[in-house]
Design a protein around this ligand. Structure first.
Ligand code: NDP
Length: 307
């Protein structure tokens, strides 16, 4: 297709200022502009966070997220719209966020932050704090996110196991298991970290049975998508003391409703779907878009193509 005008949809503003990305791409030979829903009509392609029906008139949509569960893939295919995503850029950001959660639990930092709000000088129980060497993290999903988590936790001395469908080895993981050994692998872990895409197969992959297979002293971390977890089953497991705690970046309903019991739990860390946030996010997305504009010019296959 012929690309003359690329719109940076205003919805990306939830993650970075759209004008920053437009400026970053200004040296391309095409016209790049920040657009709202009405402005989409004049574009051939859009970089966006959200999906709109009006995008079906475009030739190409680029998602600023790695997950593409919000885009109707079959409909896009029917309308000959190319969809590309931003997989491949979230290794270090999400890896460092997960390392942060793990250190907060092991070194009890979340307790100090909570106590500080009330000017309370309280030391942990003698047997609460621990160090990471000798502990095991099982990372469910060994792609970009999983590999970033393996790298940061590995550097802290954690033994890292992984789960993927094939079970084939992945650099950075001490051991990788196929999905059918999930219960066995998580039963052996101090930390279980979810980094799979949301698909029909992974919807509610973590339910009462999976939480039951985890150790009572294990921590659960979800940086993937809320619906990979049966949230009421997680809340039940936490309330019953069947898990030590959880760090959650994603939820079945976002923003997490004020009425959710997760907000009030001492051993739960809630972050607002921001595990990958960084001041360089627009540059990382921009590099993928730039590469594909170049490939379009030379007739090469797109990178990060999903549809
Ligand atoms: P990748 O495609 O790089 O990795 C996905 C991994 O999941 C692959 O290793 C794949 O391995 C594995 N996988 C897929 N299906 C299954 C399954 N049914 N059972 C077990 N493993 C499976 O994606 P990313 O790492 O970039 O992103 C993963 C997800 O994380 C995204 O889809 C998105 O939803 C979420 N995300 C969240 C962010 C946040 O801000 N919290 C930021 C970025 C992403 P194999 O093919 O061998 O099974």
């Amino acid at each position: 297709f012929e690309l003359e005008r690329l719109g940076v949809h205003e919805s990306v503003d939830a993650v970075f200022p759209p004008a920053e990305l437009a400026a970053f791409l200004a040296d391309l030979s095409i016209d790049v502009a920040v657009v709202d829903d009405d402005g989409i009509d004049d574009c051939d392609a859009a970089v966006t966070l959200v999906y709109r029906e009006a995008f079906l008139e475009l030739d190409w949509i680029h998602s600023i997220q790695a997950g593409f569960d919000r885009f109707p893939r079959a409909v896009l295919e029917d309308h000959d719209v190319i969809l590309t995503n931003s997989a491949g850029i979230h290794d270090r950001t999400v890896g460092e966020t997960v390392a942060g959660y793990v250190l907060m639990f092991s070194r009890r930092l979340h307790d100090y932050v909570a106590n500080q709000q009330e000017r309370r000088w309280v030391r942990p129980e003698w047997d609460e704090g621990f160090t990471l060497p000798g502990s095991t993290a099982c990372v469910v999903g060994t792609g970009t996110l999983g590999s970033g988590v393996a790298e940061t936790l590995g550097a802290l001395g954690v033994r890292v196991t992984g789960i993927r469908r094939s079970g084939d080895p992945v650099p950075g993981f001490d051991e990788v298991y196929a999905s059918d050994r999930l219960l066995e692998a998580i039963g052996d872990a101090d930390f279980v970290i979810v980094t799979v895409p949301l698909t029909d197969e992974t919807h509610h992959l973590f339910d009462a049975e999976t939480f039951d297979a985890m150790r009572d002293d294990a921590y659960f971390v979800n940086v993937a998508r809320g619906s990979v977890v049966d949230e009421p089953a997680l809340i039940d497991a936490l309330e019953a003391g069947e898990l030590a705690g959880a760090a959650l970046d994603v939820f079945e309903e976002e923003p997490l409703p004020e009425s959710s019991p997760l907000w009030g739990m001492d051993e739960v860390i809630v972050s607002p779907h921001a595990a990958a946030y960084t001041r360089d996010y627009f540059r990382d997305v921009g590099e993928i878009v730039r590469e594909n504009v170049k490939r379009l010019e030379t007739g090469a296959e797109f990178t990060n193509r999903v549809v």
